[in-house]
Design a protein around this ligand. Structure first.
Ligand code: PRP
Length: 212
């Protein structure tokens, strides 16, 4: 595949995108303004020798692992769940939230509880490491429904503002780990386009929000 040294960047659609594009623009990277509201999936920016690809967040590590994108922006939650063979280059410090165990208030332990989640690998590993036997049920969204309608005893999900929990009468039982977005790179691209990737990392790194 010839790409004339063009750097291909996979950006996640959805809630991370706005914060990532803001950070990239602050770092002087030329993401076209109209890209934010358009339905276009590929935007070449020849003057910067870059091409932006808008992907479903969960697919970003796959595009980067296979090298169809050289680098990508992805949440630590997805990185941990997908476990792809990519380099994690930089903590972008954006889209801050946490992965938590959640349940109904007053929940009593049961033998072999059912845990619903979008993150079956993360959840299985977490409970296995604690010697707790659970049945993990994979769902694809609106996870908070599961304990409300009796599908699961607990859920493992992301908490950002806590609003979804509050509105559904659920409580955070344990915080598992903090989540932010990361910059990742394909292993071969990182070697072949090292100067370009390193320069971009340095530029973005200077604009990463301070840890709070
Ligand atoms: C995520 C997550 C929670 C919610 C947390 O869902 O799964 O449901 O956001 O945010 P909050 O603490 O600010 O309320 P998302 O909106 O991505 O949709 P989903 O239900 O399809 O996973």
């Amino acid at each position: 595949m010839t790409d004339n040294g063009m750097l291909k960047v996979a950006m996640p659609k959805g809630r991370i995108y706005k914060q990532a594009s803001k950070l990239f623009r602050e770092a002087g990277l030329p993401i076209p303004e109209d890209f934010d509201d358009s339905r276009r999936l590929i935007v070449p920016v020849p003057e910067a020798n870059m091409e932006f690809i808008l992907a479903k967040p969960v697919d970003v590590p796959t595009y980067v692992e296979y090298g169809v994108a050289d680098i990508g922006v992805v949440g630590k939650d997805v990185l941990m769940e997908e476990n792809k063979d990519v380099y994690e280059l930089l903590d972008l410090g954006i889209a801050k939230c946490r992965m938590s165990v959640i349940g109904l208030p007053g929940w009593k332990p049961v033998i072999h509880p059912r845990v619903a989640t979008k993150y079956p690998n993360v959840a299985s590993q977490y409970f296995r490491e604690r010697g707790q036997q659970v049945e993990v049920i994979k769902l694809n969204g609106s996870i908070e429904l599961a304990p409300l309608i009796g599908l699961a005893d607990r859920i493992v999900d992301m908490v950002e503002t806590g609003q979804t929990l509050k509105e559904n009468g659920l409580v955070e039982m344990e915080t598992m780990f903090a989540v932010t977005s990361r910059l990742i790179a394909n292993r071969v691209s990182y070697r072949l386009k090292n100067a370009q990737i390193q320069e971009l990392c340095d530029r973005i790194g200077r604009h990463v929000p301070a840890r709070s």
